[in-house]
Design a binder for this molecule. Structure first.
Ligand SMILES: C[S@@+](CC[C@H](N)C(=O)[O-])C[C@H]1O[C@@H](n2cnc3c(N)ncnc32)[C@H](O)[C@@H]1O
Length: 396
């Protein structure tokens, strides 16, 4: 259920785009700090020193996985004391999410050079765990805006000690908080929602289970599905449903929602959407409310606005030979990734000039698009729309 929070001006998208998700209403304002600082070995003590700006904030949001140092590790006892204060809650282990295309991710990270691997959407930590097992030269820094995911991945990665660090953060905060230091040996963005977000009715993401109109990945975020469903005007609602899901009947769905206001729950919303779709179309393509729920979720979490610029930031931080992987689940996300990768792997040459010249700083790791294998889809149908794209920075 949503907490007490100020509602933004819902007629002005800019107030939503700039909202400070992840910090909570009482969090202090941090001075902007660039991700691109001189390469240095990552450690929490260093973050804490920079966090002098507000070290309570760092302590609250950085979860160093290892609490006790290994014997003779030589780690700074100051660091351990701070870590023990942020030991994860035991509830984290009930978070079940099957990582998608994990074998393919393992193959792609195995040859990576030693250093830091950014898991920008750590979720339950399944991919991060596989990465740490596949390549002992890597240390993982994981981010998630969902505190339940932070708890779960912290517990799961505890056995890797100082090789794993988890922060509660939005990945677009890479630009103004010190979350990870370049160079990066690799990164992974596994976009979209985790299974627990979908499966827990009280999170309000599900068109199958009744719950509140919520859909916030970060429960402290100021905008929820109730705001979008019950306050947006009809035209704006239709536009976002169409834009974020290619729903053919966006106009009819939007009109039906506005006519039914106030809409109180996800079950009610699912029923309104289904009834707005012509009967013949309702029988095709899975649950009739699936696309609309996806669109509302993307709007609530402002998922696409910052994706392109964040991927650019991560690409800038890649070391020679480093690889960036992005897993998408719908065409809107995939288009952004594809465009970004294309720009980095091509060099525009004016017509008439010889084709020789400097080559692009990045190459696509082929195949350009990896898809889940059939055996994975048997056990995890949620993986069916996944596409994995990988890019590599050319060796120096
Ligand atoms: C598909 S799940 C990742 C699952 C993960 N790879 C695993 O192995 O368990 C996506 C996760 O990304 C998180 N997420 C989505 N957008 C985010 C953002 N902008 N910043 C940080 N986390 C985000 C969600 O909260 C969710 O936990």
């Amino acid at each position: 259920m949503k907490g007490v929070r100020a509602k933004p001006n819902l007629t002005d998208r800019s107030s939503i785009a700039s909202r400070d998700v992840g910090r909570g209403a009482s969090a202090p304002r941090l001075r902007p700090l660039l991700l691109l600082v001189p390469p240095r070995r990552y450690n929490l003590a260093h973050v804490a020193v920079r966090g002098v700006i507000d070290d309570r904030y760092v302590a609250r949001n950085a979860r160093r996985v290892m609490v006790e140092p290994p014997t003779g590790s030589g780690r700074d006892p100051q660091v351990n004391r701070q870590e023990s204060e942020v030991r994860p809650s035991p509830g984290g282990s009930s978070f079940h999410h099957l990582p998608v295309m994990v074998d393919q991710v393992v193959d792609l990270v195995a040859p990576l050079p030693a250093g830091t691997f950014l898991d920008a959407t750590i979720g339950g930590g399944g991919h991060a765990e596989a990465v740490l097992e596949a390549n002992p030269r890597l240390a993982v820094v994981g981010l998630d805006r969902d505190p339940a995911a932070v708890d779960a991945s912290t517990v799961r990665l505890e056995r890797f000690g100082h090789r794993a660090t988890v922060h509660r953060a939005r990945f677009d905060e890479l630009d103004d908080r010190v979350l990870v230091e370049p160079p990066l040996s690799g990164f992974l963005f596994d976009l979209g929602v985790s299974s627990p977000q979908l499966d827990r009715a009280e999170r309000g993401f599900s068109f199958r289970n009744d719950g509140p109109l919520d859909m916030r990945m970060d429960p402290d975020s100021p905008v929820d599905a109730d705001d979008v469903i019950n306050a947006y005007d009809e035209r704006r609602l239709a536009e976002l449903i169409h834009r974020y899901s290619d729903e053919r009947f966006a106009g009819r769905i939007s009109a039906a929602i506005v006519a039914a206001r106030p809409v109180a729950s996800t079950a009610e919303l699912a029923q309104i959407v289904a009834a707005a779709i012509p009967a013949a179309a309702r029988r095709r393509g899975g649950h009739p409310a699936r696309r609309t729920f996806q669109a509302i979720r993307i709007e609530v979490n402002d998922e696409l606005a910052v994706l392109g610029s964040t991927i650019e930031t991560a690409l800038d931080a890649l070391t020679p030979g480093g690889r960036g992987m992005v897993m998408t689940y719908h065409s809107g996300e995939d288009r952004i990734v594809k465009d970004s990768f294309r720009r980095r792997t091509t060099i525009e040459r004016p017509p008439g000039l010889p084709v020789e010249g400097p080559s692009a700083p990045f190459t696509i790791v082929r195949p350009a698009v990896r898809r889940p294998r059939n055996d994975e889809l048997q056990t995890n149908p949620r993986a069916s729309s996944a596409k994995l794209r990988t890019i590599e920075r050319a060796a120096a």
